[in-house]
Design a protein around this ligand. Structure first.
Ligand code: S3P
Length: 449
């Protein structure tokens, strides 16, 4: 696509408008691309590297704002982290139990993963005092889901609104092991408790109602933690006190970032895109299953295992989509992809129902309300449900002004919708994409023809 058709305009307040102007003949997507490193794995590699003994090398780290927040927090607590670049980052760990008391507030920025996982480590570091905060979105996101189980372990944590919101203050202390039955399938909750369990004598177990992403379990085991899974009950148990040792981590491409191109190529006639090196861990591939239910033409090629995580290249071609129901245990395996799956549903024949996804309301924005409002503004027919949405597909979209609400996944999902909308779409506050995908607009320009 010519540069005049995709424009990024920086405004006086540094926010950016992404303008997508549809030419009369439309666009299609063609080419072979690589996507940035997996955000969840990048956070974990930095954290485990920081608390392990010896050196960790990370290849393929995501250079988005969220992992940069994690790196800054752990540097402030004594870890030595080389300059961040996607080829190789070296982390010299300080060893289990040796996080230093930072001289200032730890700032997790926009990143729920940074804040929630880190809390498990801080709460279990005796005698140290920590304060943690984040940006206005993170300060409004629920922290009780990790504060409460940590308090059951004996943690001392105080925060706003009855200890449920950041900023939070933590006095590290020796914790006692628990068996926590989490009411929600959340990898952040599970990982927080496992990280607290790492420093706690005895066995700490987390049971969740459905399996959430298991990157923490895989990486903790690779670093030497004593951990066992019980897949029958969705439980994982860690025995505390085992030293971790630095490893080489190879971060695969993020399937949550690949999802934008999977949907874009599936809905824009004439498209064919190959996305190389995508992490296809089965706790993350709900998006592939949902798109297959909708009749998308996606092939997994060159399947392999890289540093303990399954990886493949994904080839996606345009096809006629049909509606489906997305609900139940698949939800935690595609939770971050629901905004862009809603865009796919707008172009699918019939009524798509997404339910059991109330968690979307407490992400970087209320992703149910925001997606329904913004897509309806473009002409979609979507009804908001308490825990999801009902999307009547097949109504053409018209370009208009929409807003990301500073949520990275909303910004990119709306850009995908704009590729199939008539006329000009302006996405306000599109700079939010840099939280997880700083190169999003460049790749968009590269594959639109
Ligand atoms: C993440 C877990 C998920 C996901 C988030 C990243 C992680 O959150 O939405 O983007 O890296 O553990 P929840 O644990 O809140 O479901």
């Amino acid at each position: 696509m010519s540069a005049s058709v995709i424009t990024l305009k920086t405004k006086e307040n540094f926010s950016q408008d992404l303008i997508i102007q549809q030419p009369p003949s439309g666009v299609c997507l063609q080419g072979k691309i690589r996507i940035p490193g997996d955000k969840s794995i990048s956070h974990r590699a930095l954290m485990l590297g920081a608390i392990a003994h010896g050196e960790t090398e990370i290849q393929g780290l995501l250079l988005g704002e969220d992992p940069c927040s994690t790196a800054a927090c752990f540097q402030a607590m004594g870890a030595n982290i080389s300059e961040l670049n996607p080829n190789s980052v070296r982390v010299t760990g300080i060893g289990l139990g040796n996080l230093q008391e930072p001289v200032d507030v730890l700032n997790a920025g926009n990143s729920g993963t940074t804040l929630r996982l880190m809390l498990g480590l801080l709460a279990s570091h005796p005698d140290n005092f920590f304060t943690v905060t984040g940006d206005s979105s993170l300060r409004s996101r629920p922290m009780s889901r990790v504060v409460k189980p940590l308090q059951q372990m004996g943690a001392e944590i105080w925060g706003c609104k009855g200890n449920s919101l950041a900023p939070l203050a933590i006095r590290g202390t020796s914790l006692k092991p628990i068996h926590y039955h989490s009411p929600i399938a959340s990898a952040q909750v599970k990982s927080c408790i496992l990280l607290a369990g790492l420093m706690t004598e005895g066995e700490t177990t987390v049971t969740e109602p459905a399996l959430s992403r298991d990157h923490s379990e895989r990486m903790l085991q690779a670093f030497g933690a004593n951990l066992r899974n019980d897949p029958e009950t969705n439980s994982v148990t860690i025995s505390g006190g085992t030293q971790l040792y630095g490893q080489k981590v190879v971060v695969p491409g993020d399937i949550s970032s690949a999802a934008f191109w999977l949907v874009a190529a599936a809905i824009v006639p004439g498209s064919e895109v190959i996305i190389e090196n995508v992490g296809v861990n089965s706790t993350r591939t709900g998006v592939l299953e949902a798109l297959e239910m909708m009749g998308a033409d996606i092939n997994k090629e060159n399947e392999r295992e890289v540093a303990g995580e399954p990886v493949a290249d994904l080839r996606v071609r345009y096809s006629h989509l049909k509606s489906c129901v997305i609900a139940g245990d698949i939800i935690p395996r595609l939770i971050d992809e629901i905004p862009v799956l809603a865009v796919a549903a707008v172009f699918a024949a019939g009524k798509t129902v997404i339910k059991d996804a109330a968690e979307l309301r407490v992400k970087e924005s209320d992703r149910i309300t925001v997606m329904v409002q913004q897509l309806n503004q473009m002409g979609a027919k979507i009804t908001e449900l308490d825990d999801g949405m009902e999307i009547t597909g097949g109504t053409p979209l018209k370009g208009t002004d929409v807003d990301s609400y500073t949520d990275h996944r909303i910004a990119m999902s709306l850009a995908v919708a704009a590729l199939n909308a008539e006329g000009k779409t302006t996405i306000h506050r599109a700079e939010a994409a840099s939280i997880s995908y700083p190169d999003f607009t460049n790749t968009l320009e590269q594959i639109c023809v």
